[in-house]
Design a protein around this ligand. Structure first.
Ligand code: HEC
Length: 636
């Protein structure tokens, strides 16, 4: 029997598996065993790659030289290389948190570390660098632990691209008597914020010419922990959710842009504090090309890389991949619409670990670095350094089998076109009810993150299925710019009855095809009467216990899933998020105790306080969802 026939005849095993759960445990085991043996191909394989035990502190940057030598830098400041014979060698040490590399050759490596852009050269070819040249370091620096220089990319003219992050003070007022490089200005812009720009060019994305001249391009960044040039040479970064940042996302950087965080505008030429208001900044705001909605699409994305392997990495050639701290790999797509970049994002790995889709080792938590190897596989590097992640190096390769998945979402004149990696069952594809489309946007404010606001279900009024059954064009009842469209298709099946590996995507409609766009992108300012947020949801949630659980699911997906995971099993690392399923002491605690933890957090652990973000009813509903889904009595 051919592979496809086997696959087709067993295609809905995962569904069967779920349906038989509980009732027939023996059958479930048998079917699971069958499923693993029959799914000889899985699509993607994850392998843990060993590296020298001396290398401690996790991996802070990764690159390949043109000859295929793997180069990694540890967070504690060492660079190691692995040549084609598999031998590891120490290239240099003594760096200060090297967050990015350009490996020009086996002998010349450019490094973005906190204080400077450095060139390290191995002149005699013994595998170790002995010459070090500072290219630039013309930015301010204090001793604050959170001031990074993220990087690094180089264009064809030899210019370097990087981004300088803000310092993190929490709510504490800054100590001004400590040594500082460059001018210092501790004034708050608008509101005091947890992260600040107190020395020059903090919160800016920069270009550095080959002769070392610093060219600050754009500002408003917070922790832009992923710097990239697209294959066409366009500059993109990923930034982290937080104060002034409603969500994470992939941001397109052009000269003069303002990307949201107020603190960095103080270094603009001709800066006049009297001109700065929240509204004035919002009017200039450029929101992400692709919003990665905080929660369902992770909590902290890293370095974006383009698949230019020409199909050796599977059906997503040309798309963008990035790791996220929350045990997730994200896949994003971009299109030019009326002169601006926008696109879609999907979970790639980490949210669906069925044997039909991925094999090998489990994806690590704490991934922030990525690089495509010359052989077309994708390397991810992780560091436990910033919370409950893991240290490690992983290789993801495609095994030649294409699993059914959403390939892309694109905007049309009246709606969205969804494309798939395989032909789909045309009958389900044609049904408007098969598509759950919801749109939402965010607040622009100095507060940390934002709830989803102006959220509406958008009916699909018509569908048109392509002749090859690999895409469907949806007409929406309404299509507006300045919104993020959530598209969920859990019931779609291939002709063989298989569901999609990741049936959820988000399209960021910054602009419509006719050029229509809104001020403030995918955000708006809060109206003065919006003190109590989400009144509509509150009424809905109170209507029945099932409605309470449904409201809680949404909150769980938005705020908790990144740490506690979709299956409620948390993070399998010391200090990792609680496992509600296997650690039965957790949900055995009474509601009052757990609600108290959700409100106030747990001092000294990763469990954050949600009292300021979630209303009492929202906290109650998310706990109701957790109990309904993960306690021993819950059916799943
Ligand atoms: C940044 C990671 C993170 C996020 C986000 C997070 N948690 Fe937690 N959570 C943790 C950790 C870590 C623990 C374990 C704390 C400990 O050591 O007891 C935990 C524990 C818990 C517990 C068990 C408390 C106990 O006393 O046993 C509950 C309930 C809980 N979280 C609910 C939530 C809810 C609800 C959300 C979303 C609104 C959420 N968590 C978001 C990390 C997180």
């Amino acid at each position: 029997m051919s592979w496809n026939r086997i696959k087709r005849s067993t295609g809905n095993l995962p569904v069967l598996l779920r349906k038989s759960a509980g009732r027939l445990p023996a059958l479930r085991l048998l079917v699971a065993a069958l499923a693993t043996t029959l799914y000889l191909h899985a699509g993607y394989k994850i392998e843990n790659i060993p590296y020298p035990a001396e290398l401690r502190g996790g991996i802070a940057s990764i690159a390949f030289t043109p000859s295929g030598t793997l180069v990694i830098a540890s967070r504690y400041g060492e660079i190691w290389t692995r040549r084609s014979d598999g031998r590891w060698q120490l290239f240099m040490r003594g760096l200060d948190e090297p967050m990015g590399l350009v490996a020009e050759s086996d002998r010349v490596i450019y490094i973005a570390h906190r204080p400077e852009l450095l060139r390290a050269t191995d002149r005699d070819g013994d595998g170790r660098a002995e010459t070090f040249d500072v290219i630039s370091g013309a930015w301010g620096q204090t001793i604050n632990y959170h001031e990074f220089f993220f990087g690094l990319r180089r264009d064809q003219e030899g210019n370097f691209y990087g981004a300088l992050s803000l310092e993190s003070q929490g709510e504490k007022s800054p100590a001004t008597n400590l040594p500082t490089r460059g001018p210092r200005d501790v004034t708050d812009i608008l509101e005091p914020s947890g992260q600040r720009s107190e020395t020059t060019w903090r919160g800016w994305a920069v270009r550095i010419t080959p002769d070392g001249k610093l060219d600050p391009l754009a500002n408003g960044f917070r922790q832009p922990n992923g710097v990239a040039l697209s294959p066409e040479g366009e500059f993109f970064v990923t930034d982290n959710q937080g104060d002034y940042k409603p969500s994470t996302g992939l941001l397109h950087v052009e000269r003069g842009d303002f990307h949201g965080h107020a603190s960095s505008v103080k270094w603009e030429p001709g800066f006049d504090p009297k001109q700065v208001t929240t509204e004035a900044l919002w009017r200039r705001l450029k929101t992400p090309a692709v919003v990665f909605p905080h929660g369902p699409m992770g909590i902290s994305p890293g370095e974006p890389v383009w698949d230019v392997s020409g199909g050796r990495f599977g059906p997503f050639a040309g798309q963008v991949f990035t790791g996220d701290y929350s045990k997730l790999a994200i896949r994003a797509t971009l299109e030019r619409v009326a002169g601006g970049w926008q696109g879609a994002c999907f979970a790639f790995l980490g949210r669906n670990e069925t044997p039909g889709y991925v094999s090998g080792d489990k994806l690590k938590a704490g991934i922030t670095r990525a690089a495509f190897s010359p052989d077309g596989s994708l390397y991810f590097a992780a560091s436990a350094g910033w919370g409950a992640g893991e240290d490690g190096l992983q290789r993801v390769s495609w095994d030649g089998h294409t699993s059914p998945d959403l390939r892309d979402i694109k905007i049309t004149e009246r709606g969205l076109t969804l494309s798939f990696t395989q032909p789909m069952d045309p009958a389900t594809l044609a049904k408007p009810e098969a598509y759950e489309v919801t749109r939402f946007r965010y607040y622009y404010h100095y507060k940390y993150g934002s709830p989803w606001i102006d959220e509406e279900r958008v009916p699909v009024t018509a569908t048109r299925v392509a002749v090859d059954q690999s895409s469907a064009e949806l007409t929406l009842a309404e299509l507006k710019p300045g919104f993020i469209y959530e598209v969920s298709v859990p019931t779609l099946r291939t002709t063989g009855g298989e569901g999609l590996a990741n049936p959820l995507g988000y399209y960021t409609a910054n602009r419509l095809l006719n050029g229509e766009r809104t001020v403030g992108g995918t955000t708006r300012l809060a109206r003065p009467d919006e003190k109590s947020l989400g009144a509509k949801e509150v009424t809905a949630a109170q209507s029945s216990p099932a409605a309470l659980v449904a409201a809680g699911e949404k909150i769980y997906r938005m705020y908790c899933v990144g740490c506690h995971q979709p299956d409620g099993r948390g993070m399998p690392v010391p200090g990792g998020a609680a496992n509600f399923v296997d650690d039965q002491t957790r949900l055995a605690k009474p509601d009052t105790e757990l609600l108290n933890v959700i409100e106030k957090g747990k001092e000294g652990t990763g469990m954050l306080p949600f009292g300021a973000i979630l209303s009492p009813l929202q906290r109650k509903s998310v706990l109701a969802y957790i109990r309904a889904s993960f306690s021993p009595s819950a059916k799943n």
